[in-house]
Design a protein. Sequence first.
Length: 635
Amino acid sequence: MNFSSLTRRGFLKSLSRTALVLPLEEVLRLSRPFGAQAPAQSQQSGGMSRETYSAQARPAPKGPPSDVIGTPLGLNFVDIAKSSGLNAKTIFGGEHRNKYLLETTGCGVAFFDYDHDDWVDIFVVNGWRLEGFPKGEEPICHLFKNNRDGTFTDVTEKAGLTRSGWGQGCCVGDYNNDGFNDLFVSYYGQNALYRNNGNGTFTDVTKEAGLWQSRLRWNSGCAFLDYDKDGHLDLFVGNYIDFDVKTAPLPEDANCRYKGILVACGPPGLEGGKNILYDNNGDGTFTDVSEKAGMWGTIGTYALSCAVGDFDNNGWPDIYVANDSTAATFYQNQKDGTFKDVAIEAGIAYSPDGKPQAGMGVSIGYFNRDGLLDIVKTNFAGDTDSIYMNLGDGTFEDHTYLSGLGINTRFLGWGVGFFDMDNDGWLDILVCNGHVYPEVDGTNIDASYAEHKYLYRNLRNGQYEEVTAIAGPAITDQAPSRGCAFGDIDNDGLVDVVVNCVNAYPQLIHSQATNDVVKNRSWIKIRTVGTKSNRAGIGARLKVTAITNTLNTAAVNYKPGPLVQIDEVRSGGGYYSQNDLRIHFGLGEAKKVSEVEITWPSGHMDVLKDLDVNLLYVIEEGGKILKTDNFKKKG
């Protein structure tokens, strides 16, 4: 082999094609650029430390000119949680000091249309405290019904969702194909699968579905997916750490520090958990196929969030997992019931210079509209967030600095999402931040526990402009954020965001158009209903083509011609959270959708032509439009 002409990625690929097994330290060394130094020392000291990549912020690159940069945002984001009735505080760990890492992760949240009226409801996961609670005062998760007038009603008790415990993440899917989406909630402890009874109530079917766990697990991010394409939704559940309070080290005992402050120990030094894949048997039960399917054959561990997508456009869903303090995991679907971790070969395991990062949240979209799904991942404080551009050959290129996301390294990111905030047909990015250690408050450390968000506007040239400062109080105000979900609460065509916070009330970030440019842009929403495929249509690939016939002086990249976009219906994602299952496409100046192409998990393709804009379409596999709605005169 001629090593002098071999690239880093090519060398790693050559290793993957052999039977060579290397120790982790050697894999880490080889994964770095040739000549690069080993990862910097952790920001903690002591026997158990969180390995973090300390990145230096770089100015935004100067690429091809964009007439979008510096223009008015045309939007204002306002937190309406209090006035809308989201009045339940999320409890999670100690408010000022944490003994254990268990108290730091926080919870996810879901936009979940549980009653199928196409007005998204909200499910907020709740947590626990080490000391417990008096009987009758235990915090519970909360389900809020959308009243269609900008307010929500807490229907948790009526719905039968009053369980308490160390809640973590949530995801939605119709596991039994009865036409009503079901809810899965991950816990430190026993998970919960709630079957939707179709009448506003749920039944806990965890045991009878075969999801009861025989030992204590720290379950984390989750997603329903049909990995074997048999028409029944399977279930992936990440696992963070094999953790037991009875044996876990205390900060003072292990001398665990962050910039000199005693903090909760881990995850390095603690045993990583093993991710789980449950195969749907088609009779309402699941079978654990984790080991057989290759879930345990990974370099990285400490799984937090996961996201599912068909990254290689072969019709089979793959899984990307954000891991804390180690290499990320990329489960490539082998189309035979197994997966293979190819994160290193694909170039999405480490930082640009080959260092492990403390990944938190992950979202999928295609920010450059090239027909290939890209990845954005949030990371620990002192590091940049990451954006990986899909090259279409099974590999990705780290575009963190090229895209402009490398300008920020100070805050600690959790919830994240690609979303088209201004309906221009290009995906923007929102990052929800919050420090992991409450102990930083009141110190001279350059951080606080509550942090503001980052909002990045897509400049339509492969780059982003940070527009946080002009986005409104819901973006600039500080909050101890964790999971966030994206959906349109009032069906006005602008995407809203719900955020779960630690030891605080949730935020409901309402998007308001402030100029005619944004107000006059078009959109379309699509909800999928499978027949041969799973009933929710999870995994369906949507391709929408619209024709733009006018120029906008504030957006000269909009030239007359086709505006082509893709997305997939997916369960789970972000940080521990669930977005609205209805797919939203911004259409810019287009007044007609010339074509919608849906490739279903079954392989069947439907093509619908000449659809009106500013409508929801409910489309059944086979091409039948079950419903259209413009949501006028509602509420």
